[in-house]
Ligand binder design. Structure first.
Ligand SMILES: [Zn+2]
Length: 74
């Protein structure tokens, strides 16, 4: 493959994440109308690891609002 200068082919947009994983993290609901708004809750959800960072979308089980969670590997 030929990539433009400065593009290695390992970029997230080309190569995708390093790994998919299940994480259990403490998250906060962002829905102001939810009774769990800004209340810490532990959820299990799917995330992607890339370049030392992990990100994934979680869904609040109370109101169904989705939000993105990001963290660091390790
Ligand atoms: Zn909620």
């Amino acid at each position: 493959m030929n990539y433009p200068a400065g593009v290695s082919g390992n970029e997230y947009q080309i190569a995708g994440p390093d790994a998919y994983l299940e994480v259990t993290e403490t998250v906060l609901c962002v829905n102001h109308d939810c009774k769990m708004f800004e209340v810490e809750q532990e959820l299990e959800f799917e995330a992607e690891a890339y370049g030392g960072e992990i990100s994934g979308n979680f869904t609040c089980p109370t109101c169904g609002t989705e939000d993105e969670w990001t963290g660091e590997v390790g």
